[in-house]
Design a protein around this ligand. Structure first.
Ligand code: AP5
Length: 229
């Protein structure tokens, strides 16, 4: 799939993307770069759920056990949560990171977008091996204040355990333990990977090799989407 999105963006047409890929594929990192460069709204269901857990909301209480065990939170809870968030968006483009994750979620998204009169521009699949996922997630650190992502070897903070952007302290996610990572990968293969075929059949899938250095992955993504610098 090759589309000249730059023309669409210049013409004021929103860029609406889904980032698909296994845990640790780089969805959150790439979404932050797209948000920075193209002003898209970044919607991460994982971040929304972690916020609900830390605030101790009813949703957070119900989601926590699934998340800690590397399992998917039930579709009904996720669809209700994302519906509210999507309805807040006016004319901006958006990036969905970590949603949809099951066929029922994808079907619910289709119905919601139709109701909103919006279309998906592309579904970007970030492809990585299991070995890479394990290496990335065991080395991942997250800023407790602004959510910036670090990798202890590939993109470490300038000062140990301190965020470069806001000075917040860095932490390791509860679900980034090896045993839980392996379960998350298995859940991805069983419940989320069928979405690849789903979006291929709709002619929306763009496949990217997400193994190389981050800047290289991002450049390839922009090239495939026809986005200029
Ligand atoms: P979520 O937070 O969405 O986790 P995930 O999908 O498992 O994805 P990750 O955030 O682990 O990885 P990522 O692809 O964003 O990689 P990142 O950019 O951080 O979900 C967590 C949980 O919430 C789920 O398990 C489930 O319980 C629940 N949940 C969420 N959404 C749900 C839904 N829709 N339905 C049901 N349940 C849901 O990168 C990883 C690391 O690698 C970072 O350190 C980064 O710096 C580094 N890195 C990235 N790219 C590169 C590169 N090219 N080279 C070197 N290092 C890189």
């Amino acid at each position: 799939m090759k589309i000249t999105l730059l023309k669409l963006l210049k013409g004021g047409i929103a860029l609406n993307l889904i980032l698909l890929g296994s845990p640790g594929a780089g969805k959150g990192t790439i979404a932050s770069m797209l948000k920075r460069d193209y002003g898209l709204v970044h919607i991460s269901t994982g971040d929304m759920l972690r916020e609900a857990v830390s605030k101790g909301t009813e949703l957070g209480k119900r989601a926590k056990e699934y998340m800690d065990n590397g399992l998917l939170v039930p579709d009904g809870l996720i669809i209700e949560m994302i519906r509210e968030k999507l309805l807040e968006i006016k004319n901006d483009g958006f990036i969905l990171d970590g949603f949809p994750r099951t066929i029922p979620q994808a079907e619910a998204l289709d119905a919601l977008l139709e109701e909103m009169g919006k279309n998906l521009t592309a579904v970007v699949l970030l492809k990585v091996s299991k070995e890479t996922v394990l290496e990335r997630l065991t080395n991942r650190r997250v800023c407790s204040n602004c959510g910036s992502l670090y990798h202890l070897k590939h993109s470490p903070p300038k000062v140990n355990n301190v965020c470069d952007f806001c000075g917040g302290s860095l932490y390791q996610r509860d679900d980034d333990k090896e045993e839980t990572i392996l379960r998350r990968i298995a859940v991805y293969e069983e419940q989320t990977a069928p979405l690849i075929e789903y979006y291929k059949n709709k002619g929306l899938l763009v496949e990217i090799n997400a193994e190389p250095h981050l800047e290289q992955v991002y450049a390839e993504l922009k090239r495939c989407l026809g986005l200029g610098n």
